[in-house]
Design a binder for this molecule. Structure first.
Ligand code: CDP
Length: 241
């Protein structure tokens, strides 16, 4: 363990700046590449601050095993996984842990709400998210990367979703928490949104916020969404120009 345990809570804001020098409503630097993997139908590689995430998409193909197929629409399988070398924490257990199962499930639900499933009855679409390096906010990074990967696969979606978190330290609302902030903040709220109509596709919350704090966190997230959406579109355009 790098931190925690000792009970000493680090100061998250010093002179108005965060542990990594950002101001409260500042995103970490984001770099996105689409089409990274030759053998996947869609793929994307995302660096978001110190997070490094690879997303790969396969399908639509015949759902296997057959009994899981839905004759009316495609089903989505999603696997989020942290590589054993992705953090300083213990990753000795084999197979997905409870956290990975939860993140896979909420990510699957995000894509069930944007992919036009009715177009592909009886089939499955597989989304794999591999976290190569983690520093807080990997579920948001994974969804943002997977969205670009799905878009690059040509699977029709009603929108390209993005995700980012906001939280609070004391009364101060912070955008895009890094790992130290994630660990020691008073609230942490990852949100995924379909930008076209601002539909919320995922909203989780650790800790608590007042109604006003929640509103300003969501406001900050939507503002950041303009930047993230542009990064996704630019990466897709760069690939297919
Ligand atoms: O990554 P995200 O913020 O979506 O998920 P989290 O469960 O709130 O975890 C926060 C951070 O803790 C992750 O991004 C990782 O950097 C770290 N973590 C880890 O290293 N190993 C774990 N088993 C769980 C979390």
């Amino acid at each position: 363990m790098i931190m925690g345990g000792s009970g000493e809570k680090p100061q998250l804001i010093i002179n108005g700046k965060r542990t990594d020098g950002r101001v409260p409503d500042e995103l970490r630097p984001i770099k996105l590449e689409v089409g990274t993997l030759k053998n996947a139908e869609g793929s994307a590689y995302l660096e978001w601050g110190n997070n490094k995430v690879l997303a790969a998409v396969y399908g639509p193909k015949e759902a296997q095993p057959k009994h899981i197929a839905d004759p009316n629409r495609a089903i989505i399988k999603c696997r989020y996984q942290m590589a054993p070398f992705s953090s300083l924490e213990e990753h000795s257990r084999s197979g997905p842990n409870r956290r990975a199962i939860e993140i896979s499930k909420v990510t699957k639900e995000v894509f069930e709400n944007v992919i036009l499933l009715d177009n592909f009855p009886g089939s499955e679409i597989d989304i794999f998210i591999e976290v190569l390096q983690s520093d807080g906010g990997t579920r948001a990074a994974g969804i943002t990367a997977a969205a670009a990967a799905v878009a690059s696969s040509g699977i029709p979606m009603k929108d390209i979703p993005y995700a980012v978190s906001a939280g609070k330290a004391g009364d101060l609302i912070l955008l895009d928490l890094n790992k130290i902030e994630d660990n020691y903040s008073d609230a942490d709220m990852p949100v995924a949104i379909a930008p076209r109509n601002n539909e919320v596709l995922l909203l989780q919350m650790d800790g608590s916020m007042s109604k006003e704090q929640f509103d300003s966190a969501l406001q900050m997230i939507k503002k950041a969404g303009e930047t993230i959406t542009k990064i996704q579109r630019d990466a897709l355009e760069a690939r297919y120009r």
